[in-house]
Write a protein that binds this ligand. Structure first.
Ligand SMILES: NC(=O)c1ccc[n+]([C@@H]2O[C@H](COP(=O)([O-])OP(=O)(O)OC[C@H]3O[C@@H](n4cnc5c(N)ncnc54)[C@H](OP(=O)(O)O)[C@@H]3O)[C@@H](O)[C@H]2O)c1
Length: 329
């Protein structure tokens, strides 16, 4: 049984941590719910018991075995090392540690063996998580040589502020968060603009894919787009493969890979949609077909719940695997 702290417990991802911990029946002895000073004193019920949210402080991690962070990069940067020093395993949802070569970056179906690299473990970017699961299946079977991503990312990926901006603009009010009215347009800008013409979100997908596949030179580019959808991201993926393939064989490899649900019958209107993925932890894969513009290219389309598999569920699945291996304490 573990003493668990949730940092950002009042947020979208934090609240989902609690749901997923309960669903996995994670062995919790004590639970500490942490957020900013404005939430201190709020009550949250977990497994029938009421907990009071506390303000995050440097002393918050005494006697904690596992700390799940989802309160943004600045909070993670400041407090994750404090939690680690106090003896906790940290699983962090921000982008703060993902590119640190001394920190593990893990999707359990893909590279759980990396989890022993560090006691602060980074949870990858939401769109990368759902893309890398089928890409790992393809890499194992055929060898990946090139990847092109285009994402269609839901507003819940921006947290409460994103959801509220879609709700407000749907009612005809002016946007307060996104630079344009998200109820009326897609926005091809997620996270800050970088000097190379890409956004930080796009470069996260590039770097994180390379790190988890242990392929530092893999050719990748990405375009990330915010769309007027409440929840669940979609990603269109072009994957170039080393070895020749048949579509039937590819379907087989994907279907047999853990975490994937294949939904691929276009004529019957069967393909991944948010309505399937919302509220569960699977990666839905479909629209599998040969890319017509390259010799050995494959196109596929994935959808997953960005708050679950893209954030909270992936983090809890890491904790569950670490528990099974006796790595938490
Ligand atoms: N949404 C997604 O799809 C997604 C996916 C992957 C990763 N993430 C990452 O997860 C993190 C949280 O995202 P979210 O969507 O859950 O955002 P959110 O709904 O806005 O929640 C933010 C949480 O952080 C807490 N917080 C903010 N500043 C704090 C501070 N100074 N000290 C302590 N707690 C603080 C907030 O507490 P108060 O309520 O007290 O303000 C709240 O609990 C971010 O790093 C985000 O990048 C999100």
């Amino acid at each position: 049984m573990y003493r668990v702290a949730i940092v950002g417990a009042t947020g979208l991802v934090g609240g989902t941590f609690l749901k997923v911990l309960e669903e996995y029946n994670f062995p919790i002895q004590d639970l500490k719910l942490l957020a900013s000073s404005k939430s201190a004193g709020k009550k949250i019920t977990f497994q029938g018991k009421e907990y009071i949210v506390e303000e995050l402080k440097e002393t918050s991690f005494e006697n904690i075995d596992l700390a799940l962070f989802s309160a943004g990069g600045d909070v993670s940067k400041q407090y994750a090392p404090i939690a680690e020093k106090a003896g906790a395993i940290v699983i962090d949802n921000s982008s703060c540690w993902r590119q640190d070569p001394t920190k593990a970056l893990v999707v359990p179906e893909v590279n759980i063996e990396d989890v022993t690299m560090s006691r602060i473990i980074a949870n990858p970017n939401c769109s990368t998580i759902q893309s890398i699961v089928p890409l790992k299946a393809l890499d194992q079977a055929y060898g990946l040589t090139r990847v092109v991503y285009t994402t269609y990312q839901a507003v819940s990926g921006s947290g409460m502020k994103g959801i509220q901006d879609l709700e407000r603009t749907l009612k005809g009010e002016d946007p307060q968060f996104y630079p344009y009215n998200i109820s009326k347009t897609c926005i091809p800008e997620i996270d800050v603009a970088l000097e190379n013409g890409y956004t930080k979100e796009e470069m996260k997908m590039v770097h994180e894919t390379r790190k988890m596949l242990h392929k530092p030179d893999l050719k990748i580019s990405a375009t990330c787009v915010r769309v007027p959808v409440m929840n669940s991201h979609a990603v269109s993926i072009m994957a170039e493969l080393e070895k020749p393939f048949t579509i039937e064989e590819v379907r087989c490899h994907l279907q047999n890979f853990p975490g994937i649900v294949l939904v691929d019958d276009l004529k019957q209107h069967q393909y991944p949609v948010s309505l399937l993925s919302n509220g569960n932890n699977q990666v839905y894969v479909g629209r599998i077909r040969r890319d017509l513009s390259t010799d050995n290219g494959l196109l596929l389309y994935t959808v997953a719940d960005n708050i679950r598999k893209g954030a909270a569920a992936n983090a809890v699945q890491i904790a569950v695997e670490m528990h099974k291996k006796g790595l938490i304490k």
